[in-house]
Design a protein around this ligand. Structure first.
Ligand SMILES: Nc1ncnc2c1ncn2[C@@H]1O[C@H](COP(=O)(O)OP(=O)(O)OP(=O)(O)O)[C@@H](O)[C@H]1O
Length: 535
């Protein structure tokens, strides 16, 4: 049902048109059966008229069936396309902290598995609708030729539907359980890929990880799926048998108690035989539909939680306007809650930054430096206190514009192969110049804003990240332990040359560092200890 609402939202007009065409195709098939029965009953005087009627009906059934399937296929693929775009936009509009709480695995599982499951389900929907229309058409025909027999069969069918529904409810539950395990499996796959070195080097660790965590979850997944498929197999075969049961009843039992003509009986037998194919089709599609609705629910849950507090991209002023004024943080705090209700609190902290100022943030591991950096650049929203930009409070609607003030290289930075969002006519020449300066010109080439490779050492990749920041040319620069992977030569260049140049150009430069040798360069030294500013 959810899937139908999902399609309705995408385009109700196309869905209605597809359903009408599908209905026509189903009715056409039923009428074809009826005209065959008619021709058999009147074989001695089967007329030309019946033949032409049969051919006409066949053509209508063919064309309407094709139209219905094509319309539904287009509709479902368009709905998937929209959903992919919408989810990606929503994820990017979601506050970073919320995404961290949801966890990468859950988001990735939804973006890949769930969308795939819905796509597969929607792919089978067209056939399902045509089959349903066919069943309804045939049933109407059966009711037309004998209401009495039809009512008896209807009772059998209602009982069968109730039993099938109960079985399918259980299948749905099993599929949901298997899907929950999927999130965990994805986490283990990531461990396998990212921890391959550690797992290869330590056999007992590898064995325990594979047996305890991975195998157990994969086995759960397998068992739930096998149980679900077994129930579907039982349902499918039982429903097949049901057809023979009904036909046996019609042929062997019914004539003993009531007078039914052979013509009616043969019409019933022929129609029911024909019906077995679409009904089998419908039942075998039900698990896929179940899978699709479980996936849709997961996406909706994620979509809703993502949309709870969307951020509004609203560029209030140009990011390139050089900061004449100050960024101030007044009594700002940030709290991380852990599952065990423990917490880490950063702040309350007061800070201010001015153009041309070089600020070092220092402190031991876990003292809150990176957290403070995320607050400064507007990636985290303060739990209390405020950030002032030009003396104005940075509200939720301004946060995206505020973030455009910053160029940052975080400790866990990400490199894009293409230099997106930077458009200057002389981009390639400019990049080449920087590549030379960063001694990367022999490794990396640039063409049309695309870097030739990212297969570099960690230190070299960080230099490329620095290059991207340089090109962005924003008023405030933030480097989170940038120099930690650099050799002494480049460390020297970074602290004494690059930072100096940026300062000279009037940029505010914030550096998170453990390099005590260079602390004397700072205009302002901010020291943190367990979330509190101590100097
Ligand atoms: N995503 C998160 N969820 C929950 N707690 C977090 C998260 N990120 C950091 N923390 C906690 O916040 C505290 C400060 O972390 P932070 O990364 O800011 O420290 P840091 O000073 O940058 O450390 P380092 O020098 O090791 O990089 C740590 O105790 C850490 O456990």
């Amino acid at each position: 049902m959810n899937l139908v609402i999902f399609l309705l939202r995408s385009s109700w007009k196309a869905l209605v048109a597809a359903l009408i065409a599908g209905g026509l195709s189903g009715a056409g098939s039923a009428l074809l059966i009826a005209s065959l029965n008619e021709a058999i009953d009147n074989s001695d005087k089967a007329s030309q008229l019946l033949l032409w009627g049969f051919i006409g009906l066949a053509l209508i059934t063919l064309v309407s069936g094709i139209i219905s399937q094509i319309l539904l296929a287009r509709l479902s693929q368009q709905a998937i396309f929209k959903m992919r775009l919408q989810l990606s936009h929503r994820i990017l509009a979601c506050p970073l902290r919320r995404l961290e709480e949801l966890g990468e695995n859950r988001i990735l599982a939804t973006l890949t598995d769930d969308i795939e499951a819905i796509s597969n389900t929607l792919f089978s929907l067209p056939l399902l609708f045509v089959n349903l229309a066919l069943v309804i058409g045939c049933m109407a025909y059966l009711a037309l030729i004998s209401k009495f027999i039809f009512l008896m069969i209807l009772v059998v069918i209602v009982v069968a539907i109730i039993i099938i529904q109960l079985m399918l409810n259980y299948v749905h539950k099993l599929i949901r359980l298997a899907r929950d395990r999927q999130d965990l499996l994805l986490r283990y796959f990531r461990s396998i890929i990212q921890g391959v070195k550690e797992l290869k080097l330590h056999t007992p660790r590898r064995m325990e990880f594979l047996e305890k965590d991975f195998e157990a979850t994969a086995a759960d997944c397998r068992d739930y799926e096998i149980r679900a498929e077994s129930i579907v197999a039982v349902t499918l075969n039982t429903s097949n048998l049901m057809f023979f049961g009904v036909m046996g009843f019609l042929v062997f039992v019914l004539p003993l108690y009531t007078s039914v003509t052979t013509i009616i009986l043969s019409s019933y037998v022929l129609t029911i035989t024909y019906l077995s194919r679409p009904i089998e089709g419908i039942i075998s599609m039900l698990p896929a539909i179940s899978r699709g609705s479980v996936a849709l629910k997961k996406i909706e849950e994620l979509g809703l939680s993502i949309a709870e507090k969307p951020e509004y991209p609203n560029v209030m002023r140009s990011s390139q306007s050089l900061l004449e004024d100050r960024i101030e943080m007044v009594q700002v705090t940030h709290i991380y809650w852990t599952e065990k209700d423990e917490q880490f609190t950063l702040g309350p902290i007061d800070l201010s930054f001015s153009p041309g100022e070089l600020i070092f943030i220092i402190g031991g591991n876990g003292s809150g430096k990176s957290t403070l950096a995320k607050l400064i650049v507007g990636l985290y929203e303060p739990n209390s206190g405020k950030i002032l930009w030009d003396g104005n409070n940075v509200s939720a609607t301004q946060r995206d514009a505020y973030r455009q003030l910053f160029s940052a290289v975080f400790a866990d930075f990400y490199l894009f192969e293409t230099l997106f969002g930077i458009s200057t006519e002389t981009l390639d020449d400019k990049v080449h110049g920087f590549l030379e300066q960063l001694q990367l010109d022999r490794k990396v080439k640039v063409s049309d804003g695309k870097l030739s490779t990212l297969d570099l050492s960690q230190g070299q990749r960080k230099r490329l990240a620095l290059l991207t920041a340089y090109l962005e040319d924003r008023p405030v620069y933030l480097f989170d332990e940038w120099s930690s992977d650099q050799d002494p030569f480049f460390r020297e260049i970074f602290y004494n040359q690059i930072l100096f140049e940026l300062k000279q150009r009037g940029k505010t430069v914030i550096v998170i560092s453990h390099d005590e040798r260079y602390f004397h360069l700072a205009d302002k030294l901010i020291e943190l200890d367990y979330g509190q500013r101590i100097s």
